[in-house]
Design a protein around this ligand. Structure first.
Ligand SMILES: *Cc1c(COP(=O)(O)O)cnc(C)c1O
Length: 547
């Protein structure tokens, strides 16, 4: 029985392991998938628990003005996921909700297998309303969200017990969404709170308030009934249960996802011991085909041991340039075919792709469009991508504004916004552009992972010193820092620094000093050795899992 030796259960509201399975919205879910893949590579005795979203996260459509609409194509789990024979139901809103369980096996590089269990309320015996609890990721209002998180926490705990996982030593709560698990464990361990705490570890993923669920206790009581204990005072703030505090109060080890984010989290939650484990990306998932072929040839062994990426010095200049040109050509072909944009391989191409959230400041680049046009002189091309949550009107407005600004710059800077950013497009863009731009409002980008994907493919970063880049950046050597280690909070100031770097460093280096540029590319790959999910999971093993 594979279940017998499993010691770690990893709970996450989203796990994205393939572009073909729409159970993720962005960074958090993809990170969870990468975590599990590297745990499989390393042979860790771990299993994953998440929800099955048959209508997934949405498919984004953009009209020529950049107005977003959404489609919800239905995902059929068979044959990718296998049904698991087990009867699970939990009582929510005073009725039994039945849960189907599906499984996917992640196989590591040495053949070690890790199962991911997907919980699905689309069961014939459920009411129509209950059938749709798990249909869409981050959909509906407070009630829907509580129901989903209850399925994850209480349902997930039940699944493990019924499947015979009797030796779990560590329950990893990936973000506060999974915190109801702690309440399920209180029951399991006969209300021995110290015991619960000795079994749980928690990772917090963002300093942004919207990322921390709070639920009014009245609504919680209606939905959870007896599942909700009445001694949660320490986790209740102004009549609302704070899921982050619930997790903090029940965990033996807590971490943020970069050094800077660890510091910020300690300020947010004084009184808790919060460490940091910097995120990483799964190396064979996020390298383009061409990149993998070159690494196989020049850095043999990198698939098993991606720390060897430090040996990228062995890749000759012309080979590295050729590899990148091939990656870039794939992106250009896609963009030109889909958007008829007329991108041209010889121009400097910037990439910016991420969820449309205010703090990520997609519009910073357009702070002064005349200035940007003047700096470019027809030498710049830019690829944008990223979804806004269907209910996030501000996020949709950001996309609309970016597209409008892009249209106005036609003839000076060639810009396109690619629809429906997903894992597939993520790899194509991060590996295909010449330089990767990130302009978050410091210190809100807890880690950021797309820049690591770029670096691993030899694409230099050009970013605010936030999240991982505050650790990874060697300015002028493996990329460029916009500003220093302070929170300016000033868009005009940051935009000015961005323009100056573009004009004085990035464009001249790209066009006039190709040797230097290739050296920055190579240093990016060398740096990426420190930002692999394998390094991250090894850190979790030592610091968090103690195994
Ligand atoms: C990597 C990735 C993300 C997360 O990137 P950030 O830098 O953390 O914003 C989001 N969406 C997709 C599709 C990705 O590939």
């Amino acid at each position: 029985m594979i279940n017998d030796n499993t010691k770690i259960a990893y709970f996450s509201a989203e796990i994205g392991f393939s572009p073909n399975v729409p159970t993720y919205s962005g960074g958090l879910g993809i990170l969870a998938g990468d975590h599990i893949k590297s745990a499989a590579d390393l042979g860790l005795p771990l299993c994953g628990i998440t929800l099955l979203y048959k209508e997934g996260y949405m498919k984004q459509k953009l009209d020529p003005d950049g107005k977003q609409t959404e489609d919800y194509p239905r995902f059929h789990p068979r044959p990718i996921l296998k049904p698991v024979e087990v009867d699970i139901s939990i009582k929510l809103q005073n009725r039994q909700v039945k849960i189907y369980v599906w499984r996917y096996i992640i196989e590591g590089i040495n053949g070690h297998k890790i199962p991911i269990y997907f919980l699905d309320t689309d069961h014939e015996d459920n009411t129509e309303a209950d059938r749709s609890i798990t249909s869409r990721l981050y959909s509906g209002g407070t009630k829907r969200r509580i129901l989903q998180e209850a399925i994850l926490g209480f349902g997930g705990c039940l699944v493990l017990d019924k499947l015979g996982y009797a030796k779990i030593e560590t329950y990893h709560l990936n973000e506060g969404h999974a915190a109801f698990l702690t309440l399920a464990l209180r029951e399991k361990f006969d209300h021995d709170l110290d015991k619960v705490k000795s079994h749980c570890v928690f990772t917090t993923h963002t300093p942004v308030p919207a990322g921390h669920d709070v639920f009014p206790t009245e609504i919680l009581k209606d939905i959870l009934g007896d599942l909700l204990p009445d001694d949660l005072d320490q986790s209740i703030v102004n009549g609302k249960l704070n899921m982050t505090r619930l997790a903090l109060n029940h965990s033996r080890f807590v971490n943020g996802v970069s050094k800077l984010h660890g510091e910020v989290s300690r300020q947010m939650f004084p009184g808790f011991k919060i460490k940091s484990i910097t995120n990483g990306v799964h190396h064979t998932t996020w390298t383009a085909l061409e990149t993998r072929e070159i690494f196989d040839k020049y850095i043999p062994g990198w698939r098993k041991n991606p720390l060897l990426l430090r040996d990228a010095a062995d890749i000759p200049d012309d080979v590295l340039w050729q590899m990148h040109s091939e990656n870039k050509r794939r992106l250009l072909d896609y963009a030109n075919a889909h958007m008829h944009v007329g991108f041209e391989g010889s121009r400097l191409m910037l990439g910016f792709a991420r969820r449309a959230a205010g703090y990520k400041r997609a519009m910073l680049l357009f702070k002064n469009p005349e200035r940007l046009a003047k700096i470019s002189e027809g030498r710049l091309e830019i690829v944008f991508a990223g979804k806004a949550h269907p209910k996030d009107e501000q996020g949709k407005e950001i996309i609309h504004k970016v597209v409008q600004a892009a249209n106005k710059l036609f003839g000076h800077v060639l810009i396109t916004y690619l629809e429906n950013y997903n894992m597939w497009l993520g790899r194509l863009i991060t590996s295909g552009v010449d330089v990767w731009l990130n302009t978050p409002l410091r210190p809100n980008e807890a880690s950021g992972t797309s820049g690591m994907k770029a670096a691993m493919n030899g694409v230099p970063n050009f970013s605010i010193l936030d999240g991982w880049w505050a650790e990874g950046c060697r300015d002028g050597i493996n990329g460029w820092a916009i500003g220093g280690n302070e929170n300016t909070g000033d868009d005009d100031h940051d935009a000015e620094l961005l323009y100056k770097l573009l004009e004085e460093k990035i464009i001249p280096t790209y066009y006039d000093d190709r040797d230097k540029w290739i050296s920055v590319m190579r240093e990016s790959i060398i740096t990426s050795a420190d930002f692999t999910a394998q390094r991250m999971v090894n850190d979790y093993r030592k610091l968090s899992y103690n195994c």
